[in-house]
Design a protein around this ligand. Structure first.
Ligand SMILES: Cc1cc2nc3c(=O)[nH]c(=O)nc-3n(C[C@H](O)[C@H](O)[C@H](O)COP(=O)(O)OP(=O)(O)OC[C@H]3O[C@@H](n4cnc5c(N)ncnc54)[C@H](O)[C@@H]3O)c2cc1C
Length: 321
């Protein structure tokens, strides 16, 4: 009997969100008096035994070449085998793209209750109740899960990874792996940038920047801070920025430690994707811009004057030329 955590990888390296899921899963296991175990699919370039530091006692490694590329259907069937063989009672995913692809499929396959978007540890004193975000982060719901197997998809950046000591036992898991129904023929990788979904600092630009030629001020600040760049939807719609940078209700939902919004009005649909950020800084020339209501810090001013000054100050502070 265990709590099983899906340890998600990108190109053989463990994703940041998986460290959060492991620490969270270890805490759930401790609450229930169960062992925390992990499952890794495909080849890994990282030291899996070292993941014991995050509270995982055993890792089931399905090292099969067919699992080196993500395929939600294939991954689901393999994880289901691990759950059935190990008798896992709770399965933890990160609520990222991969987790969103697998968790509902696994729930259907195992007839398990699923809580997507969990933001806190479950209450286990009387039943099993998990707190999650609803209405684009405007409210919380407490969901009671009554099925024998319970699945939780943890919102990225809602649980801090805790590093302790310990080594995990890594065991090879022999699974039946289906041939994927889709084939990855090529990958166009954006290199040299901080991935938006994993970034702890994000600098985001809106229509107030007037045009794509002005994005240098956003990129310079992001570079100085080691941040990812994002944008509002209209900016992506008119191709000033690529679509993968669009955040909001219809784009990516992010929860960085710091979100800096430049020339963005703060429409409800935009806020829906960023309101879980720990600290929000808004730079807007209109003091009535709605975004100021959601901001922790606000600067009323012209982005073209304010942003370069902040970049300069950050560089000075960090000793960057
Ligand atoms: C169904 C639906 C889904 C949507 N989904 C999303 C979504 O996922 N994400 C999203 O972002 N939007 C979404 N939208 C669009 C959303 O309603 C807003 O229209 C959009 O967020 C506005 O983008 P913006 O703030 O960049 O532009 P604007 O609303 O035009 O605001 C520009 C801001 O820049 C400021 N500004 C202008 N010049 C300067 C300057 N020199 N310096 C500083 N500030 C300046 C202005 O004061 C203004 O506040 C959605 C809309 C609908 C109907």
């Amino acid at each position: 009997m265990s709590v099983l955590i899906f340890i998600d990888q990108a190109e053989g390296h463990i994703k940041k969100a998986s460290y959060e899921a492991m620490s969270y899963g270890a805490k759930v296991a401790a609450q229930l008096g169960l062992q925390a175990e992990g499952v890794v699919l495909g080849a890994s370039k990282d030291d899996l035994a070292a993941l014991g530091k995050y509270g995982v006692q055993r890792i089931h490694h399905v090292n099969n070449d067919a699992l080196n590329h993500f395929d939600a259907q294939v991954f689901t069937k393999v994880i289901a085998q691990v759950v059935e063989k190990t008798g896992a009672q709770v399965v933890i995913f990160s609520n990222n793209v991969d987790g969103k692809g697998i968790a509902p499929r696994l729930a259907a396959r195992l007839k398990a209750g699923l809580v997507p978007g969990a933001v806190a540890l479950p209450e286990t004193g009387n039943g099993f109740v998990v707190k999650k975000n609803v209405f684009s982060g405007k409210a919380f719901a407490n969901i009671a899960v009554n099925t024998p197997v319970k699945i939780i998809a943890l919102n990225p950046n809602s649980f801090k990874p805790e590093e302790g000591t310990g080594t995990a036992e890594v065991v090879a898991f022999n699974a039946t792996v289906d041939a994927p129904k889709v084939k990855v023929t090529s990958t166009n990788k954006v290199s040299g940038e901080v991935p938006l979904s994993e970034a702890s600092v994000v600098v985001s630009g809106g229509r107030g920047l007037k045009g794509p030629e002005n994005w240098g001020i956003i990129e310079d600040l992001a570079k100085a801070l080691g941040a990812a760049t994002a944008c509002s939807r209209p900016v992506a719609d008119v191709h000033w920025r690529p679509h993968h940078e669009h955040v909001g209700q219809t784009g990516l939902a992010i929860a960085p430690d710091l979100y800096i919004a430049v020339g963005i009005s703060g429409a409800i649909q935009h806020l829906a994707g960023v309101n879980r950020s720990k600290v929000i800084v808004v730079i807007n020339k209109d003091p009535e811009a709605p975004f100021f209501k959601a901001a922790d810090y606000g600067i009323v001013g012209d982005a073209f004057e304010v942003v370069p000054k902040i970049t300069e100050a950050v560089k000075k502070l960090k000793g960057i030329a």
